[in-house]
Design a protein around this ligand. Structure first.
Ligand SMILES: Cc1ncc(COP(=O)(O)O)c(C=O)c1O
Length: 382
């Protein structure tokens, strides 16, 4: 039988996260590869979702989100960034940040359009651009500092460029953008007229006293900026897949056109539970300390190892240089480490389009202390 089928993503294989987690399971390895916590979510939050299910909040939610949650998010954003988005017109609940990113890219990109992406990049950006007939232009940040050269970004922008995508704090490098970077972003948006998609899922995970620079704190980015967030990251519940999209009423209306035909609406009891949980006035600033302690435990534990840490200023990831241990390319090294020493990490090269091997692996430290310690004991033997 001949099948006349042209793949929209011919070069896409199973992601490295799936590959490494499967290998971790096969070898009973300590899994520091995929970015999710191995400790429980807050019991209050868990009880709330059970309560709303029992109270029969079990039918479709409104398309843009449960009003109580939209209003809590508006308050949260105002508290963090000094601007209260209109819950009715500027916030949309999504099935995780992933869906928000995909829908935002679909709304911006059509055949022949271009998007500028900064690599190493979270793996969903480029496929979403390509699925919509677009093309990516890539700026490569390099170790050890992973700085963006904004002048080089300007050079990638042409009359086909619709979208610039930034991710701050940055997965997988743990780097963060400072105020000067955001000034540059704002200038670029004004000079060129590109739209901006800012992935800020790790907004509360910024360390060493530094502050997260959200695009939402900048009135000058309101016309063309769109930001996405994830309760999976901020509430230690990645499996709930609840995130949100914030942009001005015009962009939000366009986003909702796509949203209503892809997911329509998001899990009702979980939205109510999060809304009720947020009413409890959560101190988000505690999250940084919580994760910084884990980063420090990992880094101190590995001080006597042959792994060299790179700076992790945010997220729950840290890159480690293994060039003093092996010449293997990073994907080979990560697999070998899992098989031979029982610790699963993520190699950095799959986050780049080009064949760039910097001998770095990403370690996720969103883990219980005993998990980190168990991994450290094994990594000290490498
Ligand atoms: C940078 C970045 N963006 C988006 C996401 C997706 O978030 P969600 O799980 O809410 O879909 C992740 C998850 O790992 C991420 O690291």
């Amino acid at each position: 039988m001949s099948i006349n089928f042209e793949s929209k993503l011919p070069n896409t294989a199973t992601t490295i996260f799936t590959v490494m987690s499967a290998l971790a399971n096969e070898h009973q390895a300590v899994n520091l590869s995929q970015g999710f916590p191995d400790y429980p979510a807050d019991a209050v939050l868990k009880d709330l979702v059970c309560q709303f299910i029992k109270e029969d909040y079990n039918q479709y939610a409104p398309m843009a989100g449960v009003p109580a949650l939209l209003s809590q998010i508006s308050k949260k954003i105002e508290h963090s960034y000094g601007w209260a988005p209109d819950p009715a017109k500027e916030i949309t609940i999504a099935t995780g940040a992933s869906q928000a990113i995909c829908s935002a890219i679909s709304m911006m990109i059509g055949p022949g359009d271009e998007a500028v992406i900064i690599e190493p990049a979270y793996d969903s950006y480029a496929p979403a651009v390509i699925m919509n007939g677009g093309k990516t232009r890539v700026f490569e940040m390099l170790a050890p500092d992973f700085k963006v050269d904004w002048q080089a970004i300007r050079k990638l922008i042409n009359n086909k460029t619709k979208l610039l995508i930034i991710n701050n704090p940055h997965n997988p490098t743990g780097s963060i953008l400072d105020e000067n970077d955001l000034d540059e972003v704002e200038n670029i948006v004004h000079e060129t007229g590109v739209y901006l998609l800012s992935d800020e899922v790790y907004e509360h995970l910024v360390f060493d006293g530094r502050e997260h620079q959200s695009i939402l704190a900048r009135p000058g980015l309101k016309e063309r900026g769109m930001a996405v967030f994830s309760f999976g990251k901020s509430l230690h519940a990645t499996g709930w897949k609840i995130g949100y999209f914030i942009a001005n009423p015009f962009l939000s209306a366009e986003f909702r056109k796509i949203h209503q035909f892809t997911v329509f609406s998001v899990n009702t009891p979980a939205q109510h539970a999060i809304a009720a949980y947020l009413e409890g006035n959560i101190d988000w600033s505690k999250l940084s300390g919580f994760f910084q302690k884990k980063r420090d435990l990992l880094q101190a534990g590995l001080e006597q190892s042959r792994f060299i840490p790179l700076n992790s200023a945010g997220t729950y990831f840290q890159l480690y240089d293994y060039s003093g241990i092996s010449d293997l390319p990073d994907q080979e090294f990560a697999k070998w480490l899992t098989r031979a020493f029982g610790v699963a990490t993520i190699p950095l090269s799959p986050f780049y389009t080009s064949d760039l091997d910097q001998k770095l692996v990403r370690i996720c430290f969103a883990k219980k202390e005993e998990t980190i310690q168990r991994a450290v004991e094994r990594l000290l033997m490498v």
